[in-house]
Design a protein around this ligand. Sequence first.
Ligand SMILES: [Ca+2]
Ligand SMILES: [Ca+2]
Length: 250
Amino acid sequence: MKRLIMLLVTLAMVAFVPSALAASGTLYGGATMSGNQVKLVSDLSDTSTANDFSGINFTNTSVTTFSMLTQLATKFNVTDDGCGGGSPRFQINFGIQNAFVYLAPSPTFTGCAPNTLVDSGNLIGNNDPCRWDTSQLQAGTQCNTYAGALALLGSRTVTGIQLVVDSGWFFADKEQTVLVCDIRINSSTDFPCQGTQPGQGKGRAKVTLCHHGHTITVARPAVAAHLRHGDKLGPCSHRHKHKAKSHRGR
Ligand SMILES: [Ca+2]
Ligand SMILES: [Ca+2]
């Protein structure tokens, strides 16, 4: 009997291990990759409406109810702009309504240091007055804390999470750019600031070289070694090919 209970306990523990599937993020609006970071823009200064707002939509978060969301954090850099007008922020979906949590420092949520990568810290448990905005939800308020949001929404099902930038209107140049990375949702980290840069990792970006009269492509990290032994950047010209041939002929 004791062994059966132990087995059941073990099975229960296995069942509660967070899913190995990491949260994945999909860029939308004017969002693009900039090295390892995601560049979120809100540009109302041009004719394109596609970049008026941007964000990352996170799926496979393994978050069920709001009370199961234990970590929500990102590093962010407002480049030459600031925070203000409500973004950058995380947006937590409960069906068609959202709770918002602002990244900017308390108490005004506007004064972000330009050109500085700062960490929001874990916004779950953050009880700064007005850090959380639950006004879209019944009995919610624009000026809430995590404790208030938890009391209101703890048992509600989270249907989605986004990181959003849409405050271009707030700035004189009608444009806001925010770089983000190291986005943590529960136990997973999306878009790590450090590590393999998209397009620069081993075997990713290829560079074309002329190697002994043959045009070859090599991974970017290997380029320096090739140049040291006399390869030339770019495809071989007729002259290169001819030179290599005459070398071989000697
Ligand atoms: Ca625009
Ligand atoms: Ca700007």
